[in-house]
Design a protein around this ligand. Structure first.
Ligand code: G6D
Length: 388
């Protein structure tokens, strides 16, 4: 009797010891330890939240920026790959030069020209943080906030984390007290689901998105140039030199922007004398989605598909948003050190952001980004993983 008691006590201790440990289950999965993300930032508690499904797909999030820090998905070799570039501690994220590794960005993802827009005859002046424009909601935008986090199991038995934030009237220059929630769910079908919901007490504009650097090799040591990309879009929105849309909606036909058939990211990214790629120094554009459904994921259309032959990993993106920003990571500095000691190499992670069009508040013929009192903003986007 005593021996059993001792054995069971030891088992409990080991279990507790491993609760936050990075135990490698023989599948290659090495989870980040919770203690590396515990800190008080702006008087708020930051932490690490880990959810998974019975297949072993595992998502790790920090509430600093409502941010994805790791996403382990099955690979063809029978193990798992962490397909997200990121850092291994809250301090590294706080000190990172690239503030947009994994967070929800907003109130307005991507850019607003000249940091201003007019709504109902009133001009609003936003904070500016890039060339006199506002990028990703400003330096104090959603990615810089410590959100409230609640981990739970949903009615389908899926593990989820709901992040909530109250963006007060005037935050980064935006009108209205805006309540926003982003719920991350891992389904039994190996899908990462993002559900956004927001309301406001004054007319405002809103375009939140998830700004994650994906690499289906599972390491930043290998470039995403080998990934085969499909983007279900006949057109894109060209920009000026500051990456502000000109207002034109241009056909992809016959250009390096045409991803209607699966094409390696690196195949045309350095095409000389193609103005949009010269201005973006690579792909950093919004595609106008065709809104064609593949008969799955009701209420959404398929936006893109990414496949890496080396790992066999496929990522399909479904959304109810009109645009997709594809940024190929040409701005990565090749210096910063992230998880597993990996370097933030150029083009070692790509952002695929489901969104309204950049600068829509200043383009009447772009989809409206206006949210009014009594309305509910929703966005449903799915990153579905499978193997070929
Ligand atoms: C660059 O232009 C790109 C953006 O699209 C990206 O979000 C940012 O780097 C991180 O400014």
């Amino acid at each position: 009797m005593t021996r059993n008691l001792i054995k069971s006590a030891a088992a409990v201790l080991v279990a507790f010891a491993c609760a936050g440990c990075s135990g490698n289950k023989g599948t290659g999965v090495v989870l980040l330890p919770e203690e590396a993300f515990v800190k008080t930032v702006d008087g708020m508690y930051t932490g690490l939240y880990t959810i998974s499904n019975d297949n072993g797909m595992t998502l790790q999030l920090t509430n600093y920026g409502a941010r994805i820090v790791a996403l382990w998905v099955p690979s063809a070799d029978g193990g798992f790959k962490d397909v997200v570039w990121g850092y291994d501690s809250i301090d590294a994220y706080l000190n990172a030069s690239d503030k947009y590794s994994g967070p929800v960005v907003g109130r307005y993802g991507n850019r607003i020209n000249d940091g201003r827009f007019t709504l109902d005859g009133k001009e609003y002046r936003l904070t500016v943080n890039e060339n006199g424009n506002q990028l990703h909601g400003g330096a104090g935008g959603f990615s810089a906030k410590v959100w409230n986090a609640e981990q739970f199991t949903d009615e389908d038995g899926n593990q989820a984390v709901r992040m909530t934030w109250l963006s007060e009237d005037g935050e980064e220059g935006y009108p209205g007290n805006l309540k926003i929630s982003v719920t991350y769910t891992i389904t039994s079908e190996n899908e990462l689901v993002l559900d956004y919901e927001a309301s406001t007490d004054k007319p405002t504009v809103l375009n939140p998105t998830s700004h994650v650097y994906y690499n289906l090799h599972g390491t930043s040591a290998k470039s995403t140039d080998t990934h085969l990309m499909t983007i279900y879009a006949d057109s894109f929105t060209p920009t000026d030199a500051e990456l502000i849309p000109t207002g034109e909606i241009a056909p992809v036909e016959g250009t390096p922007m045409d991803f209607r058939t699966s094409t390696a990211i690196g195949a045309r990214i350095e095409t000389p004398d193609f103005e949009p790629l010269k201005l973006g120094k690579g792909y950093d554009h919004n595609w106008v989605l065709d809104k064609t459904s593949d008969g799955t994921h009701s209420g959404t259309w398929i936006a893109a598909e990414l496949f890496e032959p080396e790992t066999g990993i496929i990522m399909k993106i479904y959304t109810d948003q009109p645009g997709l920003q594809f940024y190929a990571g040409q701005g990565m500095d090749g210096k910063e050190v992230g998880k597993r000691g990996e370097i933030h190499n150029v083009r070692s992670g790509i952002a695929l952001e489901t969104q309204n069009f950049p600068d829509a508040p200043n383009h009447e013929d772009f989809p409206s980004a206006v949210l009014r009192p009594g309305e509910t903003y929703t966005q449903h986007s799915v990153y579905a993983f499978s193997l070929k």
